[in-house]
Design a protein around this ligand. Sequence first.
Ligand code: ADP
Length: 460
Amino acid sequence: MNLSYKERIARRLTAVTSLIILLVFGIIYAVVYLTVINAIDRDLKLETDKHRNQIFLVDGEIRFAHKDEWEEQEHTQLQINPIFIEIVDLEGKSMDRSPNLQNNHLSFYPDRAVSGEAWTLKTGSRELRQMQIPLINQGTKEGYMLVAKSFEDPRNTLTNLRNTLLVLYPLILISLFLTMRYHADHSIQPIRRIIQKANQITQSNLNERIPPTELNDEIGQLTDSINGLLSRLEQALLREKQFTSDASHELRTPLAVLRGTLEVLIRKPRTAEEYESKIQESLKSIDRMSAIINQLLALARTESGTSQVKEEVELITLCEDIADELTKQKERKVRFECEVSAPIFVQCNEKSLRMIIQNLLENAIKYSPKETDVILKIDKQEEGAVIQVIDQGEGISAENLSKIFDPFYRQKSAIESMIPGSGLGLAIVKKLVEEGGLKINVDSALGKGSIFSIIFPLRS
Ligand code: ADP
């Protein structure tokens, strides 16, 4: 059954409350019943004690003393709920009885005679509460005294109470269910508004937000969470759009150069040297485009979220190897410095780590003068092993430090100096560092140089 939230809440609360009310009603009925019974039994006991000592035995017959006074009282006083008393012999034969019994008799129940406990019995249409005690004379049981009181008035009271509770029970439950349903409906009203507004927000109006509530309750927190999610989505979408437009722009430039070169080339016949130089220019544009495409692919691979397989990597050997390789490739000295003598093992993906260090070293080479050294340094600090790429180049201004990891971002100086690059290298480094659970820090001053530090977490 697909019930609405308010219906479920109302049903559950009503079910729980119905059990509690049932218990309370049961207790009320039981307490009233026991109080009534105790009051009657107390009266019966008092009467029994009073008449027990006013009995005498003559010629084998048991009789009440002062019966005449008793009869007198019967005539002069109006008894509303009288107590009936009768004396029987051991066989249950009536010996004497209270005047108010007139020609009636109380029934003797031999099984109950000795218990002294009262019980309720039905004789015809009447209900009585009766008690029986043995009459003992000088250690010999002579007969029994039966004491009884009508149970009709208390029975009526108890029946009325029971009927009232039985009528009240469903009435209370129905009004409780309706009240709870109303309140549940009222309390989920803000959630309905959130759902309605959230359903209206699509990609075209992602800047809209759910109106915040003034209260800092769960509804307020839900609103804030959804609005936060929408903001993150909006930012991600904007970044995505920016990325796409930057990527097309970066590819369009070399394509335009290529097209221009080829158009110039076919306009008229050229010499062999002219053809060669134009083809060289075209090849450069193609190289630039493939470099951008390769970097875009590398970035896409890191963004696909496929977690890197971690392995044990020895940092000193790896860094020495990369420094040698780049020194040979770039014809620039990459100086390797290490103050730690013992091998340093870390858990990471070797291929990714190579890519990170190579990217940082290539930048250090690109953005520093030829005559200065680029340093690859390994150190062990309190926070863990650290690899540093140090250069004495142009540096990065403080305001640009937060932007250099954005895809396609390049400092103005880099563009103006025509240093080749696409602005994707550090974006790839950042993704790889995040995916590998590492940290990256940049310390740079304009005109002095930069230090990029990769920090490996301590092994637990
Ligand atoms: P690219 O080098 O292809 O331009 P990167 O993403 O690797 O792209 O770097 C982004 C920008 O950060 C560079 O254009 C450059 O302006 C700046 N940069 C990166 N490394 C250094 C460095 N070692 N010294 C100075 N500037 C740097």
